[in-house]
Design a protein around this ligand. Structure first.
Ligand SMILES: *Cc1c(COP(=O)(O)O)cnc(C)c1O
Length: 373
């Protein structure tokens, strides 16, 4: 089965091999060396001044960010399920919360955020997705962060980059907390979350909040290449292997370049066969199509062509489908996916198959590649 869901993503064979070695005890020099190297590679990936790894899924890092970085009121940006989650976390902890809510295809505007911040002096943290995976949209995170810092540089900018870190370069100049998760762009099994922190964020964390998700106790330990509680050893071994694998494949710039080309070629190919991109501003992590036959197409892909793509959630169930673009993806697999979507449209009697999708995909991918080289 070809796994083309925007999380979990397939784990490369070399990384699975690395994770199949004998169990290492977490309080040993052997594991601390692995931890140190993974940490160094994360500094390179995130570009932030501090890094913390947590044994949890991405949501745990979202929770840690909110509880440790917001003291008064959280402004959360809700253009989908994951933005909504930040508000739910605040609520669970009795942290005051205001929300900017938009339809799932629409990113929040810089203006909306600026107005909200200016009209409420209690807001001391903003939480936003870089890519809101519910509808595959790219928020104006960098622009929003820059505008907010001009108003009040004390406001913490929490950016959920779970489907953006490892997908495209992110300008972290005005970001205080950048979150990543193992099973999306990092191509690992679920269970490891990462937070990159600015110096200002580390200062604000001070003694930290909570117990398991107390970032102060983790920072203290992780600076010494260990963790407050048992480390997710296998996943951290996998992370070291994965980030090394990306390096061997040409590094982050090549990964970003290939992802960008593949996403663009996908979009052109699917538009050429009459399909409609859902978000107003599409992220590169996934290609999201709005279509009345979304579920039929997914079913045909799975049953006839052994390709697993994702559908929509909540009110978008049955209305959209999402194709993953995150990670090291072979171009022939990506070309095959658009080809099979065209075959599915034929099976549904919507459009006679003439190999347009794969042709356009190949032309776009290889032509764009030429221009940029
Ligand atoms: C997947 C995802 C998460 C976190 O999900 P977990 O299931 O907790 O790992 C958070 N934000 C975004 C944007 C995501 O895509």
């Amino acid at each position: 089965m070809l796994l083309f869901t925007p999380g979990p993503t397939p784990v490369p064979q070399s990384v699975r091999d690395a994770m199949s070695q004998e169990t290492l005890h977490h309080r040993t020099p052997e594991f601390e060396a692995v931890f140190k190297h993974s940490r160094e590679l994360l500094f390179e990936l995130l570009g932030m001044n501090e890094v913390v790894m947590l044994a949890s899924t991405g949501t745990g890092a979202m929770e840690a960010a909110v509880t440790n970085l917001c003291n008064k009121k959280l402004l959360s940006i809700n253009s989908g399920k994951f933005g909504e989650r930040f508000g739910k976390i605040a609520k669970a902890y009795d942290i005051s919360n205001v929300e900017i809510k938009n339809p799932w295809d629409t990113p929040a505007s810089v203006d909306e955020v600026v107005q909200a911040v200016k009209s409420d002096a209690d807001i001391d943290a903003i939480a936003i997705q870089v890519c809101e995976s519910a509808g595959g949209l790219r928020h104006y995170v960098e622009e929003i962060a820059s505008a907010v810092k001009k108003i009040n540089k004390e406001i913490m900018i929490i950016a959920d980059g779970i489907t953006a870190v490892g997908v495209e370069p992110i300008d972290i100049t005005n970001i205080d907390c950048l979150i990543a998760g193992s099973q999306k762009a990092l191509m690992l099994p679920p269970g490891l979350a990462v937070l990159g922190l600015s110096d200002a964020a580390v200062l604000k964390i001070a003694d930290g909040k909570g117990y398991y998700f107390n970032l102060a106790s983790e920072i203290k330990k992780q600076r010494k290449n260990t963790t407050a509680y048992t480390a997710a050893t296998t996943l951290i071994i996998g992370l070291e292997s994965m980030l090394t694998c990306i390096k061997k494949d040409g590094g982050l710039d090549k990964l970003y370049h290939d992802t960008s080309l593949r996403a663009a070629a996908n979009t052109k190919a699917l538009e050429a066969i009459g399909l409609k991109i859902y978000p107003v501003r599409a992220a590169k992590a996934m290609t999201t199509i709005y279509d009345k036959n979304a579920e039929d197409i997914r079913k045909i892909l799975k049953e006839d062509f052994q390709i697993n793509i994702a559908g929509g959630q909540d009110h978008l169930k049955g209305e959209i489908f999402r194709i993953n673009q995150m990670g090291l993806i072979d171009v022939y697999e990506a070309a095959w996916v658009v080809n099979c979507i065209e075959l599915a449209l034929d099976k549904l009697g919507r459009r006679e198959y003439n190999a347009t999708a794969s042709r356009i995909f190949n032309i776009e991918f290889f032509e764009l590649n030429k221009v940029e080289e």
